[in-house]
Design a protein around this ligand. Structure first.
Ligand SMILES: *Cc1c(COP(=O)(O)O)cnc(C)c1O
Length: 370
């Protein structure tokens, strides 16, 4: 049993870096007497839009609601089909079914993201949109996906919950499709101290519809033009996010350093390492390896005091929640194989290279034992 405890992600340490600024932001909000839809949200929305290089950012309650609001604002619902990755967090699918539409899964390529060459076969006369997830922090092939969508008259929604600041062909996520949904769940690369999310878009009309739907279907107080939702980001979370946003690029640079170290030091072991697509600049929300001996490797690392997670152990189509879709084991073999073999190594803004070296050594020791 090792004494080195290396958590998968140390949220406490990462927020402790900004403790004084976070406390001052809390005080400012408490003393303002204004807690919903005010100056803090407005200021954060402006800063986040600028960061993403888009015209509009709308603060919302969480990442799932961000995606759901986009679909509703696009009038996508009952009878419509939306193409989704077979390999994603279930929220991507839930946004589609909450809107009343049907998710149509498409398998990934070896970047773990939607394989553009498989999308066309999934398009039917009912298809309205594609949700491209930038999984594990690597942007999907948005140039190919947008070209394909244009040919078929489809909307493209980015699920950017894991990819704040990632670049595809030199452009930041959030502005690569028609609209994007972000999550500020505490463990995401830009994390609130609670739930939060944002919708980004360059489309003025869509931005206004999302804003209206997120606030009870109302543009003018007590006038409700649509049956909307209560999906607002609150002032406190916006103020805390505004403290953390200026540090995001430094965090990303740190994650890249750790990822480069893992890539270099783990090469040669019987592990499938992440493949970075040409033109993609990932932000390494997760560093995901694959092994046929995944469970034993995870156990060995745990014994050495190293925390790992599996993203994700069961693909959406094999969850009880989607039994109704009747997609049996074997129907999406690429995603199923990924879910059996993936393991996420420790990664985060406060993980040191020394700790990463301990992780590498533990992997080497595991495979040396055979
Ligand atoms: C976290 C996540 C979401 C949902 O975000 P919440 O803020 O938890 O609702 C959606 N999609 C992906 C890919 C995610 O990782």
């Amino acid at each position: 049993m090792s004494t080195t405890a290396i958590p998968f992600l140390d949220l406490k340490a990462s927020n402790a870096q900004y403790r004084e600024q976070l406390l001052r932001a809390c005080e400012r909000v408490i003393d303002s007497g204004w807690y919903v839809l005010g100056r803090e949200v407005q200021a954060f929305e402006q800063a986040f839009a600028e960061y993403c290089g888009v015209k509009h950012a709308i603060g919302v309650s969480n990442g799932l609601d961000a995606l759901h609001l986009i679909l509703r604002a696009m009038d996508i619902g009952a009878g419509d089909e939306v193409i989704v990755p077979s390999n994603t967090y279930i929220a991507t699918w839930l946004a589609v079914t909450q809107a009343g539409a049907t998710p149509v899964p498409v398998e990934p390529d070896d970047s773990y993201n939607l394989d553009p060459s498989r999308i066309e076969a999934a398009i039917t006369p009912r298809t309205k949109a594609i949700i491209a997830v930038h999984l594990y922090g690597q942007p999907a092939d948005m140039v190919a996906i947008m070209a394909l969508a244009e040919r078929h008259g489809l909307k493209v929604i980015e699920d950017a919950a894991q990819a704040h600041g990632a670049l595809d062909a030199g452009r930041r996520t959030g502005g690569l499709g028609h609209a994007a949904g972000f999550s500020f769940y505490p463990g995401k690369n830009l994390g609130a101290l609670g739930d939060g999310g944002a919708v980004t878009t360059n489309d003025d009309a869509l931005a206004e519809r999302v804003r209206m739907l997120a606030n009870y279907g109302s543009r003018v107080k007590y006038q409700h033009e649509q049956q909307g939702y209560n999906c607002r980001l609150d002032e406190m979370q916006a103020a805390l996010l505004a403290v953390k946003l200026p540090h995001l690029d430094a965090d990303i640079a740190h994650r890249r350093q750790i990822a480069d170290f893992y890539q270099h030091e783990l090469a040669g072991l019987p592990l499938v390492l992440p493949k970075v697509r040409a033109g993609a600049e990932p932000v390494w929300h997760l560093f995901v390896v694959q092994s046929e001996r995944r469970d034993a490797l995870q156990q060995a690392l745990a014994t050495a005091g190293i925390g790992t997670l599996i993203h994700y152990p069961v693909p959406p189509h094999r969850q009880g929640a989607y039994a109704e879709l009747n997609l049996p084991e074997g129907s999406l073999p690429v995603a199923e194989a990924i879910h059996r073999q993936v393991l996420s190594l420790p990664m985060g803004p406060t993980l040191t290279l020394e700790h990463a070296a301990v992780v590498v050594q533990a992997c080497r020791d595991f495979f040396a034992k055979g």
